[in-house]
Write a protein that binds this ligand. Structure first.
Ligand SMILES: [Zn+2]
Length: 75
């Protein structure tokens, strides 16, 4: 068994099967996550829609972080 898999987001081959995303998507997520965190610091009562409307982050990505339990926002 090799240790390769496919990124769930862009479909590129990734080196580590244990993670769901390739390095590229992973580092982009970190930037996006940082942006969301900064926004939530300023506006702690923001909803997922507020975040999407006021940052460059798509609402689906915001939802993704919420589902993963990485951020906690109201709906
Ligand atoms: Zn990827």
């Amino acid at each position: 068994m090799n240790n390769f898999g496919f990124c769930v987001e862009c479909g590129k081959v990734k080196e580590n099967k244990q993670i769901s995303h390739c390095n590229e998507c992973h580092s982009r997520h970190r930037e996006v996550f940082h942006e969301i965190k900064l926004y939530l610091m300023k506006y702690p009562s923001a909803t997922a829609m507020d975040i999407a409307n006021n940052t460059n982050v798509k609402v689906e990505q915001v939802m993704h972080f919420i589902r993963d339990g990485k951020i906690h926002v109201k709906f």
